[in-house]
Each structure stands twice: as structure tokens, then as C-alpha cells.
Design a protein around this ligand. Structure first.
Ligand SMILES: Cc1cc2nc3c(=O)[nH]c(=O)nc-3n(C[C@H](O)[C@H](O)[C@H](O)COP(=O)(O)O)c2cc1C
Length: 323
């Protein structure tokens, strides 16, 4: 067993988090993560309405009696989803923890605090982590440049970002982006984090509710097979390299704007990738850590393997280095 203060504050056995994943963070996966003793997050906006989120929370409870949370991703949008209504479902459901991501969560914090919901805020820079800490969140999760999804625009990898944050963050801190195994967990602890958050690695597990082709694609892909789209729009996203993402990169590099790629990047196309297994059909998130993904284990196998490997590294190889 590895215990950190993250385990104490968030009430889980292992310092391992499964972050929110659009279309993927559903009850099957999140309950498996909870049953393995780690902290999983249902993705609120995967559910078409707040009422559907309430039902998904109930469905997850039927699959586990361990704690799990909900991710609320707040992104700029022309037609924003009803964030306050999703938030009210979370506060009314008895879920003990929320992962906020994207925009500053200040507007929602009083409601979470009043309901006793702990907040783990996910961000991509030291300054945003420090700001979230000042706002009173219970923990921060910091995504380095390696991560799947939105790494921000600073391009600082975890090897520098996490220790830089550790110099200023005093609340529990989770390192995110580029983690897949026990080596990464030990490295994160050494850099000053209290645990790791993983997306890509959990996408390639038996319980992830996506087509097998997507999981096999992660196994086959190397660390070089991701694309950074939307750089010119300052809304960078790291996604799997495929026909769609390479076309988007080409159009934007050639001076195109969002309207020129709107159809290619539609969320509905990305969703179809997971449903049909046509991995070139649309945009789907994947991190460089796919280069370390070599199999598709169950979540229980994955979590116990990471913990055992981390234990072995600390007690064996690292202890052996001491003169
Ligand atoms: C398929 C996929 C979908 C994701 N969707 C979201 C999301 O909706 N909200 C969010 O906050 N993070 C999202 N993420 C980011 C993860 O929660 C996590 O921060 C990231 O994957 C960590 O980097 P890693 O992939 O290197 O482990 C997504 C990641 C993946 C792989």
C-alpha cells in the first residue's frame, strides 16, 4: 500500500485518479476505478441533460459502494450547457467530490462547499493552481504538456511543472499528464505530488466503454503519434494522430479558421469513433503516454500493478541506491 495525504483528504485507498473523459467517463469505468480503490470521475457533460447525470450517478452507485466523483468541465462555448443545473445535480446527489476543469470554478464553489462536496480543481499552470488554492479548493490536479485533451498554451512538461507547483501549493496536489505505470507514480511523488491522474491509460482498459479498435490503437501507437490542434486559436488540444486531426492541423497551419474545420472537429464525429471503432472518423483525445501503453488490462489489474510496481521501485531499486 502507498498512502499519501491525498488518500486521507479524498477518502480513497490509492493515490490514483481517473480524470473526467468526454464520452468515456461513464458508470462502468468509474465504478471499476472505485472498486479498485482509486478515485474515478463520471463526466457530467457526457450526459445530455442534468437529469441524465442524476440517473448515471444512481447507476454508478448500483455498481460500487466505494466513493466516486463527477467531473464538471467548464469551457467557452457559444451555447453553454446549463452548468448551474449540472452543479445542482452534483450537490444534490450526495457525491463526495467534484473535479472541476477548464474555467475558474469560483462561481460554483459556494454551492459545493455548502453541500460538503470536496473540490479537486484541474488546471495547466502553476499560477492557476495557486489561484485555485487561494479560492479554497481542497486539492489541485495539474496537467502537464504531455496530457491528452487541453494542455493550455504554456507548453511546460510535468518534469518542471510539478516541482514548480510544489514550491507554492500547500494543499494536496495530483500530477497529471504522461502517467501510466508505477514508475510514473514514484516519479510524481518524488517531484512533490501526492498522486497521479490518468486519462489515456484508463481509456485502454477492459471497462472503458469504447470500441476495442480505439484501445488497440493506443497499444499500437507510439509517443510520437499525437497532434496538437487549435494552436493558432489558443485553445490547444492534444489528440490522437489520425486522418481527421492531421487534416485539421494542415488547414489551420495554412491560414484557415475555425469555420474551416468545424465539421471535422464536431463532437458527434468524435463520439462515433468510440461507438463504431473507425479511429479516423473524428477527433479523439490521447496523450503522449500512449507510447507506454502496451496492453488492455482490467482496471483492477492496472491499479494493483501500478501500486505493486511503485512499491517495488521505492523499497527495492531506490532504497538500494542509498549508499
Ligand atoms: C478520451 C479523453 C477525454 C477527455 N475528456 C476530458 C474532459 O471532458 N474533461 C476534462 O477535464 N478532461 C478530459 N480529459 C483529460 C483527462 O481527464 C486527463 O486530465 C488527461 O488525460 C491526463 O493526461 P494523460 O492522458 O496523459 O493521462 C480527457 C482525456 C481523454 C484521454
Amino acid at each position: 500500500m502507498l498512502r499519501t495525504r491525498f488518500c486521507e483528504v479524498f477518502g480513497v485507498a490509492h493515490p490514483i485518479v481517473q480524470g473526467g473523459m468526454q464520452w468515456v467517463g461513464r458508470a462502468e469505468l468509474v465504478a471499476a476505478v472505485a472498486n479498485a480503490g482509486a478515485l474515478g470521475f463520471l463526466t457530467a457533460l457526457t450526459q445530455p441533460t442534468p437529469e441524465d447525470l442524476a440517473k448515471e450517478i444512481v447507476r454508478c452507485r448500483e455498481l460500487t459502494d466505494k466513493p466516486f466523483g463527477v467531473n464538471l468541465t467548464i469551457l467557452p462555448s457559444i451555447n453553454p450547457p446549463p452548468y448551474a443545473e449540472y452543479r445542482d445535480v452534483i450537490t444534490g446527489s450526495g457525491v463526495p467530490v467534484v473535479e472541476t476543469a477548464g474555467f475558474n470554478p469560483a462561481e460554483h464553489l459556494p454551492a459545493f462547499r455548502a453541500a460538503g462536496v470536496k473540490v479537486l480543481h484541474k488546471c495547466t499552470s502553476v499560477r492557476h493552481a495557486v489561484k485555485a488554492q487561494a479560492l479554497g479548493v481542497d486539492g489541485v490536479s495539474i496537467d502537464g504538456f504531455e496530457c491528452a485533451g487541453h494542455p493550455g498554451e504554456d507548453d511546460v512538461p510535468g518534469l518542471v511543472l510539478i516541482p514548480a507547483a510544489a514550491e507554492q501549493v500547500t494543499i494536496p496536489m495530483i500530477a497529471s499528464g504522461g502517467f501510466a505505470d508505477g514508475r510514473g507514480l514514484v516519479a510524481a511523488l518524488a517531484l512533490g505530488a501526492d498522486g497521479v491522474n490518468m486519462g489515456t491509460r484508463f481509456l485502454a482498459t477492459a471497462e472503458a466503454p469504447v470500441h476495442d479498435n480505439v484501445k488497440q490503437r493506443l497499444v499500437e501507437a507510439s509517443e510520437r503519434d499525437t497532434e496538437l490542434i487549435f494552436r493558432s486559436l489558443r485553445n490547444t488540444a492534444r489528440v490522437a494522430s489520425n486522418a481527421a486531426s492531421r487534416e485539421v492541423v494542415g488547414i489551420l497551419a495554412g491560414g484557415g479558421g475555425f469555420d474551416d474545420v468545424r465539421d471535422l472537429v464536431a463532437g458527434s464525429r468524435g463520439r462515433k469513433v468510440y461507438e463504431t471503432g473507425d479511429v479516423d472518423l473524428g477527433i479523439w483525445s490521447a496523450g503522449v503516454v500512449q507510447g507506454l501503453v502496451h496492453d488492455v488490462p482490467t482496471v483492477a489489474e492496472l491499479v494493483s500493478r501500478i501500486v505493486a510496481e511503485a512499491h517495488e521501485i521505492i523499497a527495492g531499486r531506490l532504497a538500494g541506491v542509498l549508499a
